[in-house]
Design a protein around this ligand. Structure first.
Ligand code: EPZ
Length: 436
């Protein structure tokens, strides 16, 4: 099992490319099920979740041509869901237990074929992760759904979903994405209210429009979809990963330095930029050859100031950056109160940060962090994707050697993070078995 070995105390300097967004690429890959024609997706991050998602589609008969890029952080893929009319259209538990976003195939399969057998994704380290909001909307659109041996067995009498006016009881990224894809081929108009507004949903909607879908209100909480009978192939560039970008910003804020992020959309992480600016970091934005460049500076002698954080649906502070920001706040002067409002168990990184020397206390869904606390290296264990990133950040701050075990969690969502950090001057090595 791989682990990362980090010698802390080195500032980060240089330029780092941001890869395509994992959480945009996953639903976009699922959306290719909506057409028999080839769809080329560029800037797919070279991470295990993306490879697993492509396997889910291949298991149902989709064809995939992979075109790796030269640096190995991203790749392009041409996906073609042709000849699936008589396929079983089953997304297996074996695949979905490792990558729950495979559940995103339910919407497109019902939208195009009117039938699907998709494993319930189950919970994960950060919470129960129910899918009731997905199923409730799809049933209202006419799908008959039963749970049988851990699978969602769904079919649409008459073969085609019908448009509905639907208000999600709770903001859900996955439910918005699944139902948006289903509605793109339903009969009539679907209105989705209280829809999630994360940039990844806008990216999916723009892919669907490029495939011929008719969608209004993109990037707003009310999506209006006029269903069409057929969607066609296209090419699409996946947006930059705002969470990877935010992770690098937190690394510089915590370990200090001067780094330029390339191909980033600053507005997608405005809440984090605002937090780190108020904490004492300096930012500059400029247009570069590959899109916007974002420079973050934090001099090593400069004090960081503790700030409070409350996670929430976009554009509020993203839950996927909560762990990384907590690592930063362990180095900030004062008390930072961090409230996690999205997931019920997303503080597992806190106990590991304490082992490194952080001074914090957990009270239900609130963490109270007192800083600055000197960190010293030790062996810590990753428990989930973003917690792993927080431990890597803390390891780069901690004096001495930190070993982060179980980094298969990290490999799910970060393409070559140790290579990118080493290119910025970090002393970090991957040790252990082969690649993921
Ligand atoms: C997506 O998960 C992301 N994953 C998560 O990123 C991210 O943390 C989350 O959105 C919130 O932004 C992908 O996009 C692949 P939700 P998702 O549905 O869609 C509850 C990462 O680190 N809920 O917005 O599963 C749910 O329990 C991952 O990259 C229901 O109650 O999140 C949670 O409390 C982690 N019923 C809240 O809503 C449902 O049917 C938000 O979940 C669905 C969700």
């Amino acid at each position: 099992m791989d682990r990362l070995v980090i010698e802390g105390g080195t500032p980060l300097k240089g330029r780092v490319p941001v890869s395509g967004a994992k959480n945009a690429a996953l639903p976009c890959i699922a959306a290719t099920l909506l057409t028999a024609e080839p769809v080329r997706l560029r800037h797919l991050p070279a991470v295990s979740d993306i490879r697993t998602m492509i396997k889910v589609l291949q298991s149902m008969g989709s064809q995939a041509e992979i075109e790796p890029d030269d640096e190995g952080f991203e790749f392009s893929a041409v996906l073609k869901a042709e000849g699936l009319e008589t396929a079983e259209l089953k997304a297996s538990y074996e695949l979905l237990k490792t990558m729950r976003a495979g559940f995103f195939v339910l919407g497109p399969l019902l939208g195009r074929f009117g039938r699907a057998s998709v494993s319930l994704p189950g919970g994960c380290a950060i919470g129960a992760r129910p899918v009731n909001l997905h199923l409730e909307a799809l049933e209202r659109m006419g799908a008959e759904i039963r749970i049988d041996h851990g699978y969602v067995e769904a079919q649409v009498p008459g073969g085609r979903l019908k448009g509905i006016d639907h208000t999600f009881e709770k903001v859900s990224v996955g439910a918005t994405e699944n139902v948006l894809m289903a509605a793109s081929m339903a009969s009539g108009t679907t209105i989705l209210r209280n829809a999630a507004q994360e940039p990844e949903i806008g990216d999916l909607a723009r892919l669907l429009v490029a495939m011929g879908a008719s969608i209004e209100g993109i990037d707003s909480p009310v999506l209006t979809i006029h269903g069409v009978e057929v969607l066609h192939g296209c090419e699409h560039d996946i947006i930059p990963d705002r969470i990877e970008a935010g992770t690098f910003l937190c690394a510089v804020a915590a370990a200090c330095g001067d780094v330029v992020l390339e191909r980033v959309v600053p507005d997608h992480i405005r809440s984090l930029i605002d937090l780190l600016e108020r904490s004492g970091c300096a930012f500059t934005e400029r247009e570069g050859p590959n899109g916007t460049q974002l420079r973050i500076q934090r001099d090593c002698g400069q004090k960081l100031y503790a700030k409070d954080i409350i996670t929430g649906p976009y554009p509020a502070f993203p839950t996927d950056l909560q762990a990384q920001a907590m690592a930063v706040m362990t180095q900030a002067a004062g008390i930072s109160v961090i409230r996690e409002t999205i997931f019920e168990n997303r503080f597992q990184h806190a106990m590991e940060l304490e082992r490194l020397g952080a001074n914090l206390r957990i009270d239900g869904s609130t963490a109270i962090v007192a800083g600055p606390a000197p960190l010293t290296g030790c062996t810590v264990m990753a428990t989930d994707l973003r917690a792993s990133a927080a431990l890597v950040i803390a390891g780069m701050v901690g004096q001495g050697r930190t070993e982060v075990d179980r980094i298969y969690h990290l490999d799910r969502g970060y393409a070559g993070i140790e290579r990118k950090l080493r290119n910025l001057g970090a002393r970090i090595e991957r040790v252990g078995g082969g690649k993921v």
